[in-house]
Write a protein that binds this ligand. Structure first.
Ligand code: PMP
Length: 447
């Protein structure tokens, strides 16, 4: 045992997985075993491990200026350059960016920016946020209130009622459709539920709708065609912002630059982290439309200061590494390559739809999940999270790191630099594991 309190862990689980080093898309444990990193760490190491340019950039920046803060308008060149490069890439109009350290704190920042903006324009009652069932937006007190997973709320007295988080349907047709409902009927029903919620609560009390374009930790849900167009129509009707949480989707993950592009969304606000720096250093970005920021300028003068900022907002080393990451994405056409390999990956994964344990294969680009079911015809789920955890372990034993999410769905999110040959290796290890899981289930009479 160590003195560590482990994050998102069952404290009673004794077995520990000791990762020692990484190289490309592979990591090695302390016994020398090699694993293909099928989840890019926690959906983040886009350029893989051991990238010399990122390592040298961090080292050079540390030598030049290891730290300076940005309070009171203090600034430095790499933060300015990163903000320029980043905002030029984004599908947010005249984007302005606030730097933080993690996806969770960036989502907290967004809530504060929303409050500040609506105070500034004299609509202080426009505060509530609509989030979806089964969504994941982080674990701080505010972002965990946005998250729609009970494991992140029960025991912590969350959600905080004062934050006014409202819940609407998860757009998951496979699990959410009523008997006989077509995809388009399903979309109409859940978007109508959204509109009824807005009318019931009062449109003037609702500021924003937060969504991951394609969800990650909540099960890799790809909404049916037409869903986001209908959602945007409703939001526009009632002057509600679209807040895209692109902490996982951002930077070439879903086949285009951002999940918002892949899904045809025009967001007013966007949260970014993880692949912004290929996870070599922690950094996040809360992005808003330029005109929202302009409206807040007078307010900050009136208040004396915008009273929100982290010690490490705009940390020079984090900014330098993020800037280099964006340069590599551009120079090496990483997103285009990932889109091509992603299409191959999606096709290969769909070959597994015939397997007796596979209920649904879903995803886009290099993001996917395979949902394991007890009965393919009735879509009956396995009870509890046992099979998911068992499958994750079986894959690990075969040299593949993946993650069980939403019970019995196995998530894939490999580094963007993965090759087709390495995709084949990953699918091979996963197929072998699936057969072992099936043997175990049959032997233990779990079906
Ligand atoms: N939003 C989304 C969509 C995420 O996937 C995550 C992390 N998995 C977060 C927010 C929170 O990010 P962090 O863990 O960096 O706080």
């Amino acid at each position: 045992m160590t003195s560590i309190i482990y994050p998102t862990t069952n404290f009673k689980a004794t077995e520990q997985f000791f990762i020692e080093r990484g190289e490309g898309v592979y990591v090695f444990d302390n016994k020398g075993n090699k694993y293909i990193e099928g989840l890019a760490g926690l959906w983040c190491t886009s350029l893989g491990y051991g990238n010399r340019e990122l390592i040298d950039t961090a080292s050079e920046q540390m030598s030049k200026l290891a730290y300076t803060h940005m309070f009171g308008g203090k600034t430095h060149q790499v933060a300015i350059d990163l903000a320029e490069k980043l905002t030029a890439m984004l599908p947010v109009e005249d984007a302005k960016v606030f730097f933080g350290n993690s996806g969770s704190d960036a989502n907290d920042t967004q809530m504060k920016l929303i409050h500040y903006y609506f105070d500034a324009i004299g609509m202080p009652e426009k505060r509530k946020i609509i989030a979806r069932e089964r969504s994941y937006h982080g674990v701080t007190i505010a972002s965990a209130s946005l998250t729609g997973l009970s494991v992140n709320q029960i025991g912590f007295d969350l959600p905080i009622d004062a934050l006014g988080v409202l819940r609407t349907d998860a757009p998951h047709y496979y699990r959410g459709a009523q008997i006989g409902e077509t995809e388009s009927d399903f979309v109409s029903r859940i978007v109508n539920n959204l509109e009824q919620l807005i009318l019931k609560e009062g449109p003037d009390t609702i500021a924003a709708f937060i969504a991951e374009p394609i969800t990650g930790a909540s099960g890799v849900i790809v909404p049916p065609d037409g869903y986001y167009q209908k959602v945007e129509d409703v939001l526009n009707k009632y002057n509600i912002f679209f807040w895209a949480d692109e902490v996982i989707n951002g930077f070439g993950r879903t086949g285009q630059d951002f999940g918002s592009n892949t899904m045809g969304i025009k967001p007013d606000m966007m949260t970014l982290a993880k692949q912004l720096s290929s996870a070599y250093v922690p950094i996040s970005a809360s992005v808003i439309r330029g005109d929202l920021y302009e409206a807040m300028v007078e307010q900050s003068a009136k208040m004396g200061v915008f009273g929100h900022g982290y010690t490490y907002s705009g940390h020079p080393v984090a900014c330098a590494v993020a800037l280099k990451t964006l340069e590599i994405y551009e120079r090496d056409n990483i997103f285009e390559r990932a889109a091509q390999v992603g299409e191959y990956f999606q096709n290969r994964l769909r070959e597994l739809e015939q397997h007796p344990l596979v209920g649904e294969v879903r995803g886009k680009g290099l993001l996917a999940a395979v949902e394991l079911v007890a009965n393919k015809t009735s879509r009956q789920a396995f009870e509890g999270g046992g099979i998911g955890a068992f499958a994750q372990q079986a894959c690990q034993n075969n040299g593949l790191i993946v993650r069980a999410v939403a019970g019995s769905s196995i998530a894939f999110c490999p580094p963007l630099i993965i090759t087709k040959r390495q995709i084949d290796e990953m699918i091979g290890k996963f197929s072998k594991s699936l057969n072992e899981i099936l043997d175990f289930i049959v032997k233990e009479r779990l079906l």
